[in-house]
Ligand binder design. Structure first.
Ligand code: 3HC
Length: 685
């Protein structure tokens, strides 16, 4: 029984109990509908309260049901039954009342929230819009602009904020059941007013704001659901029946869209990524004190992330000067968090953080994360020392982004304790963490890594050892394809523009200029010795670097950055340099359409992602999507490269791969996984 009714004197309780988050599955919908009808028909009952068991009130529609045809009763009918109940219905919110859950509250005749509860309409983050009256009833209570804040950002607000906006009527203490019984009494004695949201006047029109949102949304890709949401909100200033009908129509349009499929996919993929077998097989080691080797951007970022999540941190640098610099960077991050209200001054003052140059300080750490210079010799030397200094039960992690974790692990003399923790910069902001599992990494070390990641608020993805793990492996392949297109005739500006229009936040050359090209150049020089001499190599970026044009920080890179300019402008000298390279190699430039640019890049990413799965570096294709969306800015509304390929049609992608492979097998010779999926008629994810 996912929905039960209880009678407490004249109060009828409707209790939803559908763990883990009380999602509105078909059984819950029909249970609530039936319960409202039964209690409303009961002459002994004069107030009904809707509440939920467990950690949260209803967190929304059951997202798993979205890809199947809708089954009765639909959510709007449940909301209509609540609104239409002659017996007043009070909704009691705890945890997070999201989407359809909050819509059940909006349909109720009064809303009581427990302190600490949150409410929100996050549907657009899943590529849909509120579909059970959220865009019509919330504006009647709080206005179009306040509702748009919820719907467009998708972010929940606190019970206190919801009270201020008129979206809840009361914030109370206690358990949901206590609050429900007290609220029923308050309705009875008249101290808690009840009203039918649908009987309130339509929302005040907001034509200027609506025009503003439309203009802003039209300028960026991936906003289909948001645009429909704005139209639905606009309808809230008309009669309720019309508004509800418009909302439903727009909801159904969104439900059938590729954006919905992509966004729901990535929602579940992110949760799947952390379900690694090691967590079932082994107990994580307890971690309280984290050691960080290196106080540069990465080390300091990792230290800050750990401190912000409640770990004690010991940072060790080569010398006192480095330690002082590292300490200052960490403190800057912490001060910024206090300023932004994300960290209380009290917590800040009580953090246990030390920075010094004595390696022996790492001896009492439960986990040590090495974030030193990206050089195998340096790392091996450090792990050699770490193997001796660290406690026998400590976990030893390297933040390398490319190097062989097995080789680093061997240097420690205790490879079972070693794991890769590949953070992304800035480490206290970026959600992704690649957990690189070496050949000898012990299962409890992997379990520890995933447990720490969770506490850090990261989305952790299991990766095997392989050049660049999952993300950088794909990034390298993608950049190589872009470079080849550049040499063959597309300008860097064409490539960036096409990819940004497709949804990437930056193209590869904007990204290189932004990050500073010297870093990539140093990596390329390091890798030159091991490069396959028969493989095509494009040296244009090296030529740009040779001139000292490293990007934004030097005023020019692939782009020029004139004083005060917000973004780079094309540089004729870079175009001339590219022309020169083409001439030297005897390449006659050809035209690339935006479509071909995007297609070659997507094919490269999908193929390399599939190769990572073939090689056992990625556990599953959906993990590739999680990495690319959370670490590399791949558009969430496309679901990641693997899902984008499924949506585009995998057989077509395979045909393109075979065609492109004729002149570039390195990038395009099809991965086994793609061939197998097409042969079996199944998608990649
Ligand atoms: N439907 C189905 N399953 C859901 C779900 C939902 N709405 N929300 C969460 N789950 C599942 C998760 O997949 C996960 O399952 P798993 O344990 O098998 O992996 C489990 O519930 C727990 O979820 P989390 O790991 O995310 O738990 P947290 O405690 O970290 O977060 C949460 C809880 C804040 C509720 C978060 O799960 C969340 O944001 N959920 C989505 C909420 C949402 O978007 N609601 C709107 C849905 S659309 C809608 O309502 C349409 C309507 O307008 C018609």
């Amino acid at each position: 029984m996912v929905v039960t009714t209880e009678r407490h004197g004249k109060t009828g309780l409707i209790v939803v109990d559908n763990p883990p988050v009380n999602a509105l599955s078909q059984a819950v919908r029909s249970g609530i509908l039936e319960a409202v009808q039964t209690l409303d028909a009961d002459p002994e009952i004069d107030v009904i309260a809707l509440l939920a068991e467990g950690r949260t009130f209803i967190a929304g529609a059951d997202i798993r049901e979205f890809s199947a045809p809708p089954s009765e009763p639909l959510l709007p009918a449940v909301a209509a039954a609540i609104v239409g109940s002659a017996t007043p219905v009070v909704c009691v919110i705890h945890g997070t009342a999201l989407g359809g859950g909050f819509e059940m509250a909006l349909a109720s005749h009064a809303r009581v929230a427990l302190a600490g509860a949150k409410v929100g309409l996050p549907e657009t983050t899943l590529g849909i819009i509120p579909g059970a009256g959220g865009t019509q009833r919330a504006p009647r209570l709080a206005g179009i602009v306040a509702t748009a804040d919820l719907v467009i950002s998708g972010k929940p607000i606190s019970a206190g904020e919801a009270l201020k906006k008129g979206l809840v009527d009361r914030v109370v203490e206690g358990t949901p059941r206590e609050a429900a019984l007290a609220a029923a009494e308050a309705v009875r004695d008249g101290s808690l007013a009840t009203r039918r949201t649908d009987a309130l006047p339509p929302a005040e029109p907001a034509p200027d704001e609506i025009a503003g949102w439309r203009a802003e949304l039209a300028a960026r890709p991936g906003t289909f659901a948001l645009e429909q949401a704005v139209s639905a909100l606009e309808a809230s200033s008309g009669p309720i029946e019309d508004g509800l009908a418009t909302e439903r129509l727009l909801f159904e349009t969104c439900r059938a869209s590729p954006e919905r499929a992509a966004r729901v996919h990535i929602f579940f993929a992110e949760r799947e990524a952390s379900k690694v077998p090691e967590l079932k097989r082994a107990e994580p080691r307890p971690i309280a004190r984290v050691g960080v080797i290196g106080g540069g951007t990465m080390g300091a970022g990792i230290a800050a992330a750990c401190l912000l999540s409640g770990y004690d941190v010991t940072m060790v640098e080569r010398d006192d000067e480095g330690a002082a610099r590292g300490r200052a960077t960490v403190e800057g991050v912490l001060d910024g968090s206090v300023k932004r209200g994300r960290l209380s001054a009290d917590k800040r003052a009580n953090m246990a953080f030390s920075a010094g140059s004595d390696f022996a300080d790492l001896a009492d750490c439960d986990l040590v994360i090495e974030a030193a210079f990206e050089d195998m010799a340096v790392k091996k030397e450090l792990f050699g020392r770490l193997g001796e200094v660290a406690r026998a039960d400590a976990v030893l992690a390297t933040n390398t982004s490319y190097l062989d974790v097995d080789e680093i692990a061997a240097a420690s003399g205790r490879a079972g304790d070693v794991v890769g923790l590949h953070f992304f910069s800035p480490a206290y902001v970026m959600k992704l963490l690649e957990v690189v599992v070496g050949e000898k990494t012990a299962p409890d070390v992997v379990a520890t890594a995933f447990t720490v990641a969770k506490r850090l608020g990261k989305i952790a993805v299991w990766s095997g050892v392989g050049d660049g793990f999952i993300g950088n492996r794909i990034f390298l392949a993608y950049r190589r394809t872009a470079d080849i297109m550049m040499e063959d005739g597309a300008s860097p500006y064409d490539i960036d523009r096409a990819l940004v229009a497709w949804g990437l936040p930056m193209g590869p050359y904007q990204a290189a200029d932004f990050a500073g090209q010297d870093i990539g150049w140093a990596t390329r020089k390091r890798r030159a010795a091991t490069r396959d001499p028969n493989e095509r190599y494009v040296a244009i970026a090296d030529k740009v670097c040779e001139r000292g044009w490293f990007g934004r920080k030097t005023g020019r890179g692939f782009y020029l950055y004139p004083e005060g300019a917000k973004s780079g402008v094309p540089d004729p000298e870079v175009l001339a340099l590219i022309e020169e390279e083409r001439r030297a190699k005897g390449i006659v430039p050809r035209n690339f359409t935006d479509e071909e640019i995007v297609n070659r890049i997507l094919c490269t990413m999908v193929n390399e992602g599939a190769r990572a799965v073939d090689a056992g570096v990625a556990r599953q294709a959906s993990d590739v999507d999680v990495v690319m969306v959370n670490g590399y800015g791949f558009p969430r509304f496309r679901g990641g490269p693997m899902k984008a390929a499924d949506i585009a049609g995998l057989p077509g992608i395979l045909d393109d791969l075979k065609r492109f492979a004729a002149d570039d097998a390195t990038a395009f010779a099809p991965a086994r996984l793609i061939e197998e999926c097409v042969a079996a008629g199944r998608p990649l994810v």
